[in-house]
Design a protein around this ligand. Structure first.
Ligand code: NDP
Length: 508
């Protein structure tokens, strides 16, 4: 790839924070390492904390030394750091934004950055609206009439239910054009997630079997081993459904279920993702228990670490009904997937850290070898499973049964494996690297469009409404709702196993 020609100033709001230090600045440094940034690339951090440019550079240096995958190179750092600037101001204060406009003018004049600005909102969502209102009010980002690059990148969470997501969309679209708005979901920047599209539509042999005729069901798992740690205040308001399911997992589902796009460009890919999301069967909130399991972790040990019960974590309401685990069975009502359930599960404090999609194929029509399985660990009905492993050990694996060498017909489960690191000699790059590059280049393919986020929220809000109804019913009966528990360090509650067992299936 060639170095970006167009100069740009990236303005990071919330530049004093965790995301900026751990992800954004290291990702930009990694782009510099690959010689991809424009010659007069400029980053202007903006936050309330009063740092000088030098103090901000020191913070950035810590971030790069600790988190950059490119390693620390003193020579490169000297070039990179002299392009970093900082100013402090308030997110809801017109004067601060007038000062920002002035600073940007100065930087344009000094550094020949051509009035091209990419605004990155790396702050909590409570200040998304004031920041964007003031960006518009000060004329820093007008609708696409200007010949300059003027774009806004918005971090997650984008709303907390359908209504708030619509409200934020409306607010943004009153100020900017849709093609200036980059709603980020960093999962889409992961190589392995993008590879779902290449795997499906770049090869001839998988697509013909990627449908109800051959696929029995699909499982999508995002499992984490850690508890919520010191994020209790945030997590107790969000829960697994908002933290993972509404955004990252809906994206994985859309990419797995979508039809082939007409072309590999932003609108065509996103049109098909929206169609897939729209085909998700709308859940009747009254029936939430039939389709969704929610639970909280109890005490246990995960990765050798003692984890207290969720309700005893710091910052968590001891009567909280926020879920740390959710499993959802859904159906996709279209020609390709009719009758093929999709099971999604995610949770904290589970037995393993893994993100993967399992496509479980139908059994052979006649089970010739069903009673000949040699390995007691594979005493399960034969089925071919295609695993798209997003993390860790990124790769793809197809399991099938094979005859074990020897005079008897003994069957054993084996696998064909593709590993990213083995095939390409390096680990896939960081998601933020790719997404920042695309945002500078103006490619919105890997960002979420307005209708996509709203349809995802529409389906998820139905679940949230179902839970709200349950809580109201419990309160009316003078009871307190208690969620099912699972011990930290296990694979989740028994209710989630039962969700599949009812259909004669089990989690892979
Ligand atoms: P932080 O809590 O670190 O906040 C970033 C900065 O915003 C802080 O340094 C602070 O700067 C300012 N800030 C914090 N709280 C408030 C508040 N209540 N009102 C106004 N300003 C505030 O967040 P992160 O950096 O972790 O995340 C930023 C955004 O990115 C969030 O929306 C988060 O959901 C999202 N995100 C973060 C990820 C991560 O790994 N951290 C991963 C994926 C998404 P100051 O006080 O100097 O103004």
């Amino acid at each position: 790839m060639k170095r970006i020609e167009q100069p740009v100033v990236i303005v990071v709001f919330g530049a004093s924070g965790d995301l900026s230090k751990r992800k954004l600045i290291p990702a930009l440094y990694q782009l510099a390492y690959q010689n991809l940034l424009p010659a007069n690339f400029t980053l202007l951090g903006f936050a309330r904390t009063p740092y000088t440019d030098d103090e901000f550079r020191e913070l950035a240096r810590e971030g790069v030394t600790q988190y950059s995958t490119a390693g620390f190179d003193e020579h490169l750092w000297r070039w990179f750091s002299q392009n970093l600037f900082y100013m402090s101001g308030n997110y809801d204060d017109l004067e601060s934004f007038q000062a920002l406009a002035k600073r940007l003018e100065e930087l344009d004049a000094e550094r020949n950055t051509g009035g091209n600005y990419l605004f990155y909102l790396a702050t909590p969502p409570s200040v998304f609206k004031p920041i964007t209102s003031l960006i518009a009010e000060t004329g820093l980002c007008c609708r696409t009439s200007a010949d300059h690059l003027r774009r806004i990148v918005i971090e997650k969470p984008f709303g907390h239910d359908l209504e708030s997501a619509k409200d934020l969309n409306q607010h943004l679209l009153n100020l900017f054009d849709e093609d200036q708005i980059y709603r980020i979901d960093h999962y889409l920047g992961k190589e392995t997630v993008q590879n779902i599209l290449v795997f499906r539509f770049g090869n001839g042999i998988f697509e013909p079997i990627w449908n109800r005729n051959y696929v029995d069901h699909v499982q999508i798992t995002v499992a984490e081993t850690l508890g919520i740690g010191d994020r209790g205040g945030y997590y107790d308001k969000a829960g697994a459904i908002r933290d993972m399911l509404q955004n990252h997992m809906m994206q994985l589902l859309a990419l797995t279920a979508m039809e082939p796009p007409v072309a590999f460009d932003a609108e065509d890919v996103r049109d098909q993702k929206v169609n897939a999301l729209r085909s998700i069967r709308p859940l009747d909130p009254e029936e939430v228990d039939q389709w969704v399991v929610r639970a909280q972790y109890g005490p246990g040990v995960s990765e050798g670490q003692e984890i207290p019960a969720y309700l005893e974590e710091k910052g968590v309401d001891p009567h909280s009904t926020t879920e740390t685990y959710v499993a959802w069975k859904t159906e996709i009502d279209n020609w390709r997937w009719n009758g093929v359930p999709f099971y999604l599960r995610t949770g904290k404090a589970l037995a393993g850290k893994v993100t993967e999609i399992n496509i479980v194929f139908r059994k052979p029509p006649l089970m010739l070898f069903a009673n000949l399985i040699a390995n007691p660990n594979t005493q399960v009905p034969p089925s071919n499973v295609l695993t798209l492993r997003i993390q860790p050990d990124e790769g793809i694996r197809l399991t099938f049964d094979a005859k074990r060498p020897g005079p008897a017909v003994n069957v054993e489960r084996v696998a064909m494996d593709f590993s990213y690191s083995e095939s390409f000699g390096k680990d896939p790059g960081d998601a933020y690297e790719r997404l920042l590059l695309d945002a500078i280049l103006g490619d919105t393919t890997l960002f979420i469009r307005r209708d996509e986020i709203e349809v995802a929220w529409e389906r998820i809000t139905r679940i949230l409404n179902g839970w709200k109804m349950q809580e109201e019913k419990a309160a009316q009966a003078g009871k307190r709702l208690r969620l099912p528990r699972y011990a930290a360090g296990t694979w989740g509650p028994k209710e989630a196993d039962e969700l599949l067992a009812r259909d004669g299936r089990y989690w892979r």
